[in-house]
Design a protein around this ligand. Structure first.
Ligand SMILES: [Zn+2]
Ligand SMILES: [Zn+2]
Length: 364
């Protein structure tokens, strides 16, 4: 698939009606698109229309709206003095020299004009999406059209999540949180119109879970727990036969458990780990051959058992560790599953250490 301009409404790369537009615009793209052109030579008629702001996934990493450090859309755009290169504030604050030109950074200055354009760019997606219902005459009334952004089929939500994940990986957590918040708002707005459909609930559950991750990374445990709990509530509304959803649900529960654990509230931690364990047990009832889910169950058993040991329920703890060992020893893995096998062995080693610890403790 070819990259598609987010400002061309609902343009799919294979949309025949756009071919002419693509041809025409192609004539104006002299020079800087050389590489993309080469790749597409011989099929120039299918080149996608270009964004007036220059957005293009093939050049996006060095695009004027993106930060070279986190490779996501600029957040709190900041200009280096004296070289004038622009990055997110959080990203460039970790550097003494400009990563693009190597110049010493004397100071950084907020570039509010550029940031306004970036923010309008993000908001523009929403306007295009909303205006479709009224302006597109061929639109079937009530039909939901999807706006495509990058070279894969990204609607606005997926686009924002992608930007958030890039920012998060680059430790620009504020940026990630901001994108995810817009995304959550979008989904809530859709829920207002369409009701709590399974799809929207699972999307919102996932986005809220990521917001929880952001808060956790920023050291805000209280907000993280709130987001994870809200995530759990939405994921519980979804039928539990989808492994990806049950995985997200169980992970959110474990994350609350972890935060409670580090907070010293072991009973609460156990309760969340136990809920997660039950979600995972149910998942393997429906999918008995899903190896990574079996591993998840073993990890959950270990988490519950670890708390049991710490609150003095030693016998229950031993039972839990033993059950997990049995589960892992009976696992059948394909020889190609190298990563999974490594994980299995490391969990098994942990469990055996836990059991050995008991024997050492009780030795005369
Ligand atoms: Zn950045
Ligand atoms: Zn520079």
């Amino acid at each position: 698939m070819k990259p598609v301009c987010p400002f061309v409404k609902a343009a799919r790369p294979d949309d025949a009606s756009l071919k002419k537009l693509g041809e025409n615009q192609n004539k104006h793209q002299a020079g800087h698109e050389g590489k993309a052109k080469q790749q597409e030579s011989g099929e120039s008629a299918s080149i996608s229309p270009k964004c007036p702001f220059g957005y293009d996934s093939q050049t996006f990493k060095i695009g004027p709206f993106s930060c070279m450090i986190c490779q996501a859309l600029l957040f709190e755009s900041s200009r280096c003095v004296p070289c004038s290169h622009v990055y997110c504030k959080a990203c460039i604050s970790r550097f003494k020299d400009c990563p693009l030109c190597g110049a010493d950074i004397e100071k950084i200055e907020a570039d509010t004009n550029l940031q306004n354009v970036v923010d309008r760019f993000i908001e523009g997606h929403a306007r295009i999406k909303r205006s479709q219902v009224n302006t597109d005459e061929e639109e079937v009334p009530g039909e939901k059209k999807t706006v495509i952004y990058e070279d894969v089929s990204l609607d606005r939500g997926a686009f924002l999540v992608q930007q958030a994940m890039r920012a998060f990986r680059a430790h620009n957590i504020e940026s990630a949180k901001s994108r995810l918040s817009i995304c959550a708002e979008d989904i809530r707005e859709q829920m207002g119109r369409m009701g709590n459909t399974s799809e929207l609930c699972s999307q919102l559950g996932a986005v809220l879970g990521s917001l929880g991750d952001c808060c956790r990374a920023m050291g805000d445990a209280g907000s993280a727990v709130s987001y994870f709990e809200e995530s759990v509530n939405f994921l519980l509304k979804v039928p539990n036969d989808d492994l990806e959803i049950t995985h997200t649900l169980s992970v959110s529960l474990n994350k609350i458990g972890d935060l409670r654990y580090y907070d010293g509230d072991l009973q609460a931690a156990r309760s969340y780990y136990f809920q997660s364990l039950n979600v995972r047990r149910d998942a393997i009832k429906n999918h008995p051959n899903a190896s990574s889910q079996i591993l998840d169950v073993a990890v959950s058993l270990a988490k519950v058992a670890d708390v049991d040991r710490n609150i003095g329920n030693e016998d229950t703890a031993i039972e839990g560790f033993q059950e997990a060992v049995k589960l892992l020893e009976s696992m059948k893995l394909n020889s190609e599953d190298v990563a999974l096998e490594q994980r299995r062995l490391s969990v098994l080693e942990f469990l055996n250490n836990q059991l050995a610890q008991k024997q050492a403790d009780s030795a005369p």
